[in-house]
Ligand binder design. Structure first.
Ligand code: CA
Length: 218
């Protein structure tokens, strides 16, 4: 799962990026509206955290523009605490949820998980496939109740496939959703992650659909 953080306060942006990385997400950061707009144009995000007060292009303008262009990723806006009209305007132009500043990081993470879950049509925070359970709240994976240690990239691959259970996901799509922008991508490594995941969670969980990609049964 890959997240874009659009926030111009450097300290806050760093805090968000590090909390999200710790929770297992690939994270890109934009510190002004123009950069955010460029990134949304070329990259695929599973969710976007958007501050409204931004240099160059403000958050409301960006969000309106993205929604008009058909961008469907869930967007969590960061609003000023006392500003009820920011929340209303934000939701009216296409935000899915908001968090008022100052906030607890736990709240941002919880709202984000819920948005990602809903966007992929999952209702339960525990994603299951046979003996395999992925708990996005704890970034934890178990098989038959025994916890499995995964690297951050393995976790992202598994999490993306679990959130899109029943659908074939191509290698290119997986690559888009597991690496941050500054990361040197190599789609061959997806095969390596899949092979390691099969060793760790059981060979039968991730199916290869020849020529198309991978699928976890729903
Ligand atoms: Ca700001």
């Amino acid at each position: 799962m890959r997240i874009l953080v659009v926030e111009d306060e450097a300290a806050l942006s760093r805090q968000l990026a590090s909390a999200l990385a710790d929770a297992g997400y690939a994270v890109d950061c934009a510190t002004d509206g123009e950069r955010a707009d460029e990134l949304v144009e070329i990259e695929q995000y599973d969710a976007i955290i958007l501050d409204l007060g931004l240099p160059k292009i403000d958050g409301l303008t960006l969000l309106r523009r993205w929604r008009e262009a058909g961008m469907s990723s869930p967007v969590l806006i960061l609003t000023a605490r006392a500003s009820w009209h920011e929340k209303v305007q934000g939701i009216d132009v296409g935000a899915d949820d908001y968090v008022a500043k100052p906030f607890r990081m736990e709240e941002v993470l919880a709202r984000l998980r819920a948005l990602i879950r809903r966007a992929s049509g999952q209702l339960n925070p525990e994603l299951r496939c046979g003996p395999l359970v992925l708990d996005a709240r704890l970034s934890k994976v178990t098989v038959d109740g025994n916890s499995v240690r995964l690297t951050s990239h393995e976790f992202r691959v598994l999490s993306y496939l679990m959130h899109h259970r029943g659908r074939v996901v191509s290698q290119a799509e997986l690559t888009e959703h597991i690496y941050a922008q500054d990361f040197n991508r190599d789609s061959n490594t997806v095969e390596v992650f899949i092979a390691r995941l099969r060793r760790k969670v059981g060979a039968g969980i991730i199916e290869t659909v020849r020529g198309l990609g991978y699928r976890i049964a729903s």
